[in-house]
Design a protein around this ligand. Sequence first.
Ligand code: F0G
Length: 340
Amino acid sequence: MNRLGLIERYRDRLPVSEATPIVSLMEGSTPLIPVPAVSELVERETFVKFDGANPTGSFKDRGMTMAVSKALESGAKAVACASTGNTSASAAAYAARAGIACIVVLPAGKIARGKLAQAIAHGATIVPVDGNFDDALAIVLELTSSHDVALVNSINPYRIAGQQTAAWEIVDELEAAPAVHALPVGNAGNITAHWKGYQSVGEAPAMWGFQAEGAAPIVYGEIVDDPETIATAIRIGNPASWDGAVSARDESGGRIEAVTDEEILEAYRLLAGRDGVFCEPASAASVAGIMKFSADLPPGRVVCTLTGHGLKDPDTAITSMGDLDPVPATLSAVLERVGL
Ligand code: F0G
């Protein structure tokens, strides 16, 4: 089969028409990878949906192909987003492809370097602000409501429409939903989209969402003013799709819980070191969550979404896993270091 972008793959289920100019980078159709080491630990057959294999390295491309296509259809000349990094990388790439401008507003100093490199490479206009993601989003909401610029954060319903396709791909491949679908929760668009996607094909896995302990407003039931976590992608204190996440949890009989940075890093290292899958720290929150609450897993399969590629955040990999102190340039020193 020729590879299709996700709008072409699921055209009959998505809000597009012949008049929609499709802006695609052949996103979607990402691998569903069995993870034996995780499976053994949680005592369930577990797969990761590796959305880091999308063209810009994160699940955001699923929503962005829809949002930018629809923005172009409506005649937009520019798009804008607030971002913890991945949305900006994706928006910048799709805007470049569409030949329109892209404005990104980011929390200064809190964007993983790979993501920033992407936004720069694709020619976005980047504005770092002295504030967190929630501050940046408030600015962008005001900017897009008062100027002729299309909003491409996940409040945009086309983003959610596109992101549903991950659930459809899983059901197509497994020929059923898993018993549990686990994913990290930040601004809460993705858990909302997955639940919508499953429901639209008559499936209902228990949706398990995981927030970082220092940025877990849905778990605590209140806004977190100064969210903090090593998983910068989900460093969010007031999620825009809060209600969608709560509905997904409650309607599916699922749960939303907190995992610590140490638990996230443990899952991150296990996935990379034992199962050979390198995701970014926020993505590993899904696997950290099923490890932490494995005693409560119902019978059946488990799917964890790995939302972004490990290369997005090289600094965390190097500082949390590396031992890079040099030794003298001699064979004996190298042999000593490798224990031979
Ligand atoms: N994982 C990664 C790698 C992300 O980049 C994000 C969100 C999430 C999980 C959480 O998804 O927001 O739909 O609950 N990143 C956004 C951004 C906020 O700006 O790139 P969510």
